[in-house]
Design a protein around this ligand. Sequence first.
Ligand code: NCD
Length: 327
Amino acid sequence: MTATLHAPATGRPTRRHLLSANDLSTEQIREILDTAAEMHTVQRREVKKLPTLRGRTVVNLFFEDSTRTRSSFEIAGKWLSADVINISGKGSSTSKGESLRDTALTVAAMGVDALVIRHSASGAAQQVSQWVDAHIVNAGDGTHEHPTQALLDAYTMQQRLGDLAGRHVAIVGDLTHSRVVRSNLICLRKLGARVTLVAPPTLMPSGIASWAAVDGFELSHDLDAVLPTVDAVMMLRVQRERMSGGFFPTPREYTVGYGLTRQRLDALVAANPDAVICHPGPMNRGLEIGADAADAAQSLILDQVSAGVAVRMSVLYHLLSGEEGTS
Ligand code: NCD
């Protein structure tokens, strides 16, 4: 890909970033997904190594907890032969009071090529892209965006369902605190999918109705009405760590209204045996998704994890390739 993903408005040399799913055109999304399919074959090889990013350094700078995202970026960088370093908020000088800006400048001063950043503040990755001269990948900023998650979700669904144009995807659950939903909406709409967001009124983000009116997606509070009409259902985690008040009376009531229970799995499969189930993880089993659904043949949850490595290889490749020093 030669086009700029996102050019920072500074006097610094132009670096390509992936800060938002909106940085990508439909063609660029398709290109990343096509490359990911090629990268995915590496995973099945005995020797999982390509020389593509030899001599390049990627730093994972994670100020929030992560299992899947951080380790898949690490594996992705390593399989492309980049040197990968992990720095987390806990255990770094951040816990001694260092600011995000100073930490980012310090890490960048060591000569890194790409910074993959996760932070609890919405807009953190964008901020860092203005401070340092490195490619920035947003690996989740507060409740704002998580573009590589949306790309891997699209990749996974596409592998099973084919072209997503005209396919109906329901995104269900804690929309208010989710960064996955925003990136997915942008990405899925660019790929031509029909999207319905389903949540209790207390977990629908304010202002979503006006966005829905402009962008042509649908909103519902009735999961049972939507489920029989979908090709894919994406369950989102109830993000208790971001909740300050009572968004629902009890966990039991949440599950009754919005959990993917055994009964709802049966209804989904009866209406469409080819429908698939996604969840970005980590799951609250028994709250937003039951074990029957999480482990069903329709579940793509582990496929999403596997796709995460391939999609992140593709993203790193598209950001870093074509520069001096890249073979
Ligand atoms: C998501 C995240 O961190 O935003 N998970 C992930 O990246 N796999 C969703 C979540 O935390 O619920």
